[in-house]
Write a protein that binds this ligand. Structure first.
Ligand code: TZP
Ligand code: MG
Length: 202
């Protein structure tokens, strides 16, 4: 089962790796157990070094998911990979990571949800639910209605993403998401804000 909060560490939010590692440790202290590493700007070698250090610091207490890159997921000893519509296909990624690691798939429209539902994905992400500043060229917002509709299209665990914060997260769970994936609203005071999410989402 997915935890209610799926924290995403986006490299572009940090001055340097030290700030990123500190934030990851604050999340862990708050009880975060599912964390995605999202690095859209580093080269592969930098991404791997960063990922390995994250793994070294967090150990096995946090499930670590690599964004986009199945190869780096394996090389860093992560627990899974998350692919979007322009990354390796779910089955391609599955071939790389094997049977046991986690595979997440991003979707934006009903057709993609139905497709992802037929794959070996362990969870499906739907979004952006609300407007977001954390993604370049985001797809159109799907709203709470998009989450409700996604819930009818798959029985896989459903992660909602995009513009989710402490003020709106309950509505997102009530619309049928199992978990909320969050970047911005965890950044200012990572430990406190993650604890707030857990308190709000019970
Ligand atoms: N995919 C859809 S929206 C988004 C991603 C990666 C960004 C989510 O970030 P935030 O700051 O929680 O809106
Ligand atoms: Mg991607």
């Amino acid at each position: 089962m997915l935890p209610r909060l799926y924290a995403i560490l986006d490299t572009s939010c940090f001055q340097d790796n030290q700030a990123l590692f500190w934030t990851a440790e604050q999340f862990s202290a708050a009880g975060v157990t599912l964390l995605q590493c999202r690095n859209k700007s580093g080269n592969a070698r930098e991404m791997l070094e960063q990922a390995r250090e994250l793994k070294r610091r967090l150990g096995d207490s946090v499930k670590l998911i690599m964004n986009d890159r199945a190869d780096l997921c394996l090389a860093a000893g992560f627990d899974g990979v998350h692919v979007g519509q322009e990354d390796l296909s779910p089955e391609g990624a599955r071939k790389v990571i094997g049977e046991h690691l986690w595979l997440g798939v991003s979707t934006h429209i009903p057709e993609q949800i139905k497709e992802a539902d037929k794959t070996s994905a362990d969870y499906i992400a739907i979004g952006p639910v609300f407007a977001t500043v954390s993604k370049a060229n985001p797809d159109p917002v799907v709203g709470l209605e998009g989450v409700r509709n996604a819930r009818t299209l798959t029985r896989k665990p459903l992660v909602a993403i995009g513009g989710i914060n402490r003020a709106n997260c309950r509505l997102v769970i009530e619309a049928g998401a199992d978990s909320v994936a969050v970047i911005s609203d965890l950044m200012r005071e990572p430990r406190k804000s993650a604890e707030d999410f857990f308190r709000i989402l019970g």
